[in-house]
Design a binder for this molecule. Structure first.
Ligand SMILES: [Zn+2]
Length: 260
C-alpha cells in the first residue's frame, strides 16, 4: 500500500504521543527529521510482548524501520512494506492484522550518501557511518545500506507464550544464520546514550536479502560493496501503549537484554 500524504503513522489511534526533542549542542530548533517509535524499549525488555499498534500503520512510502511482533514472533524490517523474519530466518510480508509491541520508523529525506567498495568490519562500518553523518554523539542516526555483503550473521526469535519471560531469557532461544556473498539491505538506527532505556543505546541493525526471502537481527556483518545513506534525526516521537505496562504477568525487572 502506498500512501502519498504526509506520514503520520501513529497519530490517529493513539492519544498518548510524546515528542522528545533531543537538542544536541545547544538550543537549536528540531530539524524535522523525526523518528516515530512505538512503546519504550524497557517495556519490551521486561517482557511486555503484546502491543496494540497494527503493523499496517507502519507502511508508508519511503519508510524504513525495524522492530518486532506480538509475542516476540520474529524480527521486523520496514522497507516501504513490513516484513516479518520468522524464527527459521525466512522473510514474509507481514499481514496487516499483526501487531507490534516495539517498532521504530523514519523517512530518509536528505541523507548523506556514500559508496563503500572495500571490505570492512562491523565496527569500521559503524564508524564510517557516524563520520558520514557528521556525528555529534547526541543525535539519533537512521541508516539504509544496500549492496553486497561478504558475510552476514543474523538471528531471529520465536514466538513466546504467557507468562512471558524477559527479553534476555527469550533471546537465549534465538536461531542464528550466516550467509556469504549475499545482496540485500540493512536498516539501522544508532541512538545516543541520552536515550537511557527508552530505546537501544548504540547501533541496532536488521537485514533482509534482495529477494526479500531471508533476514534477521544483525549480529555481525562485513560489507563488500555497498551504498549507504545516513541521516541525523533530532526528534523522537514516542507513542505509549494504551495499557498499564505494570499490570501484566511480565517480570518487572531484568531488562539487561540485547535488542529484539
Ligand atoms: Zn533487532
Amino acid at each position: 500500500m502506498i500512501h502519498t500524504q504526509r506520514p503520520r503513522p501513529f497519530h490517529l489511534n493513539f492519544a498518548f504521543a510524546l515528542v522528545l526533542a533531543i537538542l544536541a549542542g545547544g538550543c537549536t530548533a528540531p530539524s524535522g527529521d523525526k523518528v516515530y517509535q512505538y512503546a519504550p524499549f524497557h517495556a519490551l525488555a521486561a517482557g511486555h510482548f503484546d502491543g496494540d499498534l497494527a503493523v499496517s500503520q507502519l507502511k508508508h512510502h519511503d519508510y524504513i524501520g525495524l522492530g518486532t511482533f506480538n509475542r516476540l514472533d520474529g524480527e521486523m524490517i520496514v522497507l516501504d512494506e513490513v516484513y516479518q523474519i520468522r524464527s527459521d530466518g525466512q522473510a514474509v510480508v507481514a499481514g496487516d492484522s499483526l501487531r507490534t509491541p516495539f517498532s521504530e520508523v523514519t523517512r530518509l529525506r536528505l541523507p548523506a550518501k556514500r559508496t563503500f567498495d572495500s571490505p570492512m568490519s562491523l565496527p569500521e562500518l559503524q564508524r564510517a557511518l557516524e563520520a558520514l553523518a557528521g556525528d555529534d554523539r547526541g543525535s539519533i542516526l537512521a541508516c539504509r545500506i544496500d549492496g553486497v555483503f561478504a558475510s552476514i550473521r543474523v538471528r531471529s526469535v520465536r514466538a513466546q507464550d504467557q507468562p512471558y519471560p524477559t527479553l534476555a531469557e527469550a533471546v537465549k532461544q534465538q536461531k542464528v544464520y550466516e550467509c556469504r556473498q549475499i545482496r540485500g539491505t540493512i536498516v539501522a538506527f544508532r541512538f545516543p546514550t541520552t536515550i537511557g532505556n527508552m530505546n537501544v543505546q548504540g547501533w541496532h541493525m536488521h537485514f533482509i536479502d534482495a529477494d526479500r526471502k531471508v533476514g534477521g537481527h544483525v549480529l555481525d556483518v562485513q560489507p563488500q560493496s555497498v551504498h549507504a545513506a545516513v541521516q541525523k534525526c533530532s526528534v523522537l516521537e514516542l507513542t505509549l501503549p494504551p495499557r498499564d505496562l505494570t499490570a501484566t504477568s511480565a517480570p518487572a525487572a531484568g531488562h539487561a537484554a540485547g535488542p529484539e
